[in-house]
Design a protein around this ligand. Structure first.
Ligand code: NI
Length: 181
């Protein structure tokens, strides 16, 4: 198993770093950036997240991780190998949106029903600084849009249509268990 250090405290909503526009990572990446990315790839798993953005650990840089897999917090997430998305640019998105429940490590205890584009077309660098242009769909597109928001100073609570679409996480899990969500 790869060595990795303990995860730093996740910044919580209200922390100014979560409201900043993150700066682009210079390419080629420094050894420090490479190390950070490899750490983030581990931390997101440790935290039972399906995504993590650098501002959440206090670094205002355009780095996010997508790590979709079924876990305690997201039992229905599709399984995909965790990957890093650096300096993402949103090229296009679908006109159609879908509502879905989201939570966030920076906003513990609540879930919100958030409309997101069905698909997004994104240009980014991977952990080896290779350029990609891809279309993310479904839940992966939702994770991308949630994490991308962290890079532009937004939280998912800024995206809900109504405050009535925000519920307690305890209630969310009760409903989920009964198959009602
Ligand atoms: Ni989040």
């Amino acid at each position: 198993m790869t060595q990795h250090s303990t995860m730093p405290a996740i910044r919580q909503l209200g922390d100014p770093v979560l409201r900043q526009q993150a700066t682009a990572v210079s390419s080629p990446f420094t050894a420090e950036t490479q190390h950070l990315i490899s750490q983030m790839l581990h931390w997101v798993i440790d935290a039972n997240g399906v995504g993590l953005a650098a501002p959440q650990i206090g670094l205002s840089q355009q780095i996010l991780i997508i790590a979709s897999r079924p876990n305690a917090r997201y039992p229905h997430a599709p399984l995909r190998k965790p990957f890093a998305v650096i300096n993402p640019q949103l090229i296009a998105q679908s006109d159609t949106q879908q509502q879905g429940w989201e939570g966030c490590l920076s906003v513990p205890g609540v879930r919100g029903l958030v409309p997101r584009a069905d698909w997004v077309e994104v240009r980014y660098l991977d952990e080896d600084a290779q350029a990609h242009q891809v279309r993310f769909e479904g839940f992966i597109a939702r994770i991308f849009q949630h994490e991308y928001d962290h890079l532009i100073g937004l939280s998912y609570l800024d995206r809900v249509k109504s405050t009535q679409d925000i519920i307690s996480e305890t209630y969310y899990f009760q409903q989920l268990k009964q198959g009602l969500l």
